[in-house]
Design a protein around this ligand. Structure first.
Ligand code: FES
Ligand code: FES
Length: 160
């Protein structure tokens, strides 16, 4: 089957029952989507974009993305990746970093729909993304910073 993966048309041959997460990591060597709970679909660490929607890739059969566009964190443009990295560092939103790529992809989907989300909207969008390290407030700070930077504004000081 064909799909668009990070902007390139690729051919994939998923085996029976293979998840999208397995296809991305094992067949295409993309390591940003993480396996935190596969196949439960409950931690958000494996989140990627499918046709612009945030999807937990461990709970999606690989065959379902035939003809679709899949984007992992590796597929974001350089400017976006730099902005996310700077926002997470500035807010102290990444400690072990395991959850971060999934959070970034979920937040990326949010900001594409809503350039100026409230903190409550950010927190709501990230409800399905678990983080064992940060206590979540700093992640919301980071997304707020990234959104503000995209709009050309300075974000408020991060939470302590
Ligand atoms: S690994 Fe997919 S939701 Fe946890
Ligand atoms: S930074 Fe460690 S799980 Fe989120």
């Amino acid at each position: 089957m064909e799909l668009t993966l990070n902007g390139l048309t690729v051919v994939a041959e998923p085996c029976d029952g293979q998840s999208l997460l397995e296809l991305l990591r094992d067949d295409f060597g993309l390591r940003s989507p993480k396996d935190g709970c596969a196949p439960e679909g409950s931690c958000g660490a494996c989140t990627v974009l499918v046709d612009g929607h945030a999807v937990v890739s461990c709970a999606q059969k690989a065959t379902r993305v035939e003809g679709k566009s899949v984007v992992t964190q590796e597929g974001l443009d350089e400017e976006s990746r730099r902005l996310w990295a700077e926002s997470f560092v500035a807010a102290g939103a990444s400690q072990c970093g395991f959850c971060s790529p999934g959070v970034v992809m979920k937040a990326e989907a949010l900001l594409r729909k809503n350039a100026a989300p409230t903190r409550a909207e950010i927190a709501h969008a990230l409800l399905g993304n678990l983080c064992r390290c940060t206590g979540y407030a700093k992640i919301v700070d980071a997304v707020e910073r990234a959104a503000a930077a995209r709009r050309g504004k300075r974000a408020r000081a991060p939470s302590r």
